[in-house]
Design a protein around this ligand. Structure first.
Ligand code: SAH
Length: 257
């Protein structure tokens, strides 16, 4: 049975769209087309203004992210909002930073939409790990340094967040840690305690792909203090592994004219 509104208008489609890491040119053509057509854009704080500028001039914009001191709209409320808007017959773009299915809670939104019988589509985006790697000159894999790469949450306070430290501490791989800034001292301590060489190169890339991108480098032992001394604020990614040593050779972005 089709889900329909009270007055029998068919529900609109919800597009879960990845907006990429920040540089608007990293938006996919599909994301730009859907943004230009949507009646409503529901977005959060990692979406850059230049990306949002692709929305139709008269589209409704609904911000559901965090604002100084205030909490973001709880995820359950965001899920409900998407369903409500679609039931009003609107075409909805749910715009997220990076990729919707990488630490973006897109899976939960898709499950809610499916349960409510709302048609939905998912548009991948350039995840911030790929953006940071490219723009900071840190290839995530490299035949001489890393044969595998992990995308890990550093939000250690999350209920049920148990990282497999012995596996993460192994050599010959790259770790990309999302949301890891606050827990960096704990992450550093755990990795070293589980056998990672304290001299392993490590980087913190802030506001990757944006004009004010910052890259700080050190080792897994020294990076926590370097980041504190520089007063780095989110959003930032941590990249750990031998590939980080390539940054000084491959850093085309800060050298561009
Ligand atoms: N879905 C997003 C991740 C959301 S989780 C993606 O695919 O990129 C939020 C975390 O993403 C931030 O805490 C930060 O670690 C990372 N992040 C997002 N955008 C970033 C950027 N431009 N530069 C550095 N880190 C970023």
């Amino acid at each position: 049975m089709e889900t329909s509104t009270l007055n029998n208008t068919p529900p609109g489609t919800v597009y879960l769209v990845g907006g990429g890491p920040g540089d608007p040119e990293l938006l996919t053509l599909k994301a730009a087309r859907l943004l230009a057509a949507a009646d409503v854009v529901v977005y959060d704080n990692l979406v850059s203004a230049a990306v949002l500028a692709h929305a139709r001039a008269d589209a409704e914009h609904i911000y559901v992210g965090k604002k100084a001191g205030n909490h973001a709209l709880p995820q359950l409320d965001i899920n409900k909002l998407l369903v409500t808007l679609a039931l009003q017959g609107k075409q909805v773009v749910r715009l997220k930073g990076g990729d919707p299915y990488i630490f973006g809670r897109g899976g939960e939104e898709a499950e809610t939409l499916r349960a409510a019988n709302i048609p939905f589509e998912v548009v991948p985006g350039v995840t911030s790990a790929a953006g940071a790697a490219a723009y900071a000159g840190i290839p995530l894999t490299h035949r001489e340094h890393a044969q595998s790469c992990f995308f890990v949450t550093g939000h250690l306070k999350d209920e049920g967040c148990k990282l497999d430290w012995p596996t993460l501490a192994r050599p010959g791989q790259t770790l990309v840690i999302y949301m890891g800034l606050t827990s960096l001292p704990d992450i550093s301590r755990e990795l070293i305690a589980h056998g990672m060489d304290p001299a392993t190169p490590a980087a913190c890339v802030r506001r990757a792909t944006l004009p004010d991108q910052q890259t700080l480098t050190g080792t897994i032992a020294t990076l926590p203090q370097i980041v504190i001394d520089a007063g780095i604020k989110p959003p930032a990614l941590l990249i750990i592994g031998g590939v980080v040593a390539l940054h000084h050779k491959l850093d085309w972005f800060s050298e561009r004219t």
